[in-house]
Design a protein around this ligand. Structure first.
Ligand SMILES: Nc1nc2c(ncn2[C@@H]2O[C@H](COP(=O)(O)OP(=O)(O)OP(=O)(O)O)[C@@H](O)[C@H]2O)c(=O)[nH]1
Ligand SMILES: [Zn+2]
Length: 210
């Protein structure tokens, strides 16, 4: 049994975006790296305000990257056989992720919709939001986050169609670099029957409707 810190197991296999186990979260190593980073930027990690910071950041990173230690099947556990065969859409799921290029946040919303398979098998609505978190809480690019959510739904729920739309502001474009606060990046992933023109239009009208 592993310890649980902030709801996250402390020592279970870490998986990459490709689902390959590569290691475990090493909190002591993260703490040492943050101390080193403070030294590198010319700060004094031994001044009073920073004394606890390396350990605090190391704990925060465990939470921010918790998705590295989760699989989609861990959260898409509860499924119901309701015989519902029409589209289901959960809109405006808050997304907080970390840009893998600069390790700064990107944040916004995800809209996740699917058309259940012929068996009418559906999942709990909250599980769609949990699935987004599994992939958001990793070093990411928005395009991969979007397609990973769609592909996990296809694999586990075997629905007739899936549409995932993600709209985010990237702080690497706002607070530094090109410095364009307010610009939003929109990505989508469409699978199965959602590719049909009329079905896709219905899904997009649900996404855009306020
Ligand atoms: N496609 C994609 N690009 C991203 C994402 N997050 C950040 N980027 C981009 O990754 C690119 C990295 O470019 P580089 O030229 O290697 O890095 P850089 O010199 O810091 O670039 P600038 O951000 O333009 O200053 C930038 O254009 C970012 O805007 C993402 O989720 N998807
Ligand atoms: Zn970035």
């Amino acid at each position: 049994m592993s310890d649980v810190v902030d709801g996250v197991p402390s020592s279970i296999s870490r998986v990459t975006g490709a689902g390959r186990a590569v290691g475990e979260y090493d909190e002591k190593r993260a703490e040492a790296a943050v101390r080193e980073l403070l030294l590198a930027v010319g700060e004094d990690p031994d001044r009073e305000g920073l004394l606890e910071t390396p350990a605090r950041v190391a704990r925060a990173y465990r939470e921010i990257f918790a998705g590295l230690y989760q699989e989609p099947a861990d959260v898409l556990t509860t499924t119901f056989d309701l015989g519902h065969e029409e589209m289901v859409m959960v809109k405006d799921i808050e997304v907080y992720s970390t840009c893998e290029h600069h390790l700064v946040p990107f944040h916004g919303v995800a809209h996740v919709g699917y058309i259940p398979g012929a068996d009418g098998r559906i999942t709990g609505l909250s599980k769609l939001a949990r699935l987004v978190d599994v992939y958001a809480r990793r070093p990411q690019v928005q395009e991969r986050l979007t397609s990973q959510v769609a592909d996990a739904l296809v694999e586990i729920l075997q629905p007739r169609g899936v549409l995932v739309v993600v709209e985010c502001e990237h702080l690497c474009m706002s607070m530094r670099g090109v410095r364009k606060p307010g610009s939003r990046t929109v990505t989508s992933a469409v699978r199965g029957q959602m590719r049909d023109v009329a079905t896709r239009a219905e899904a997009m009208s649900l996404v855009l409707g306020r």
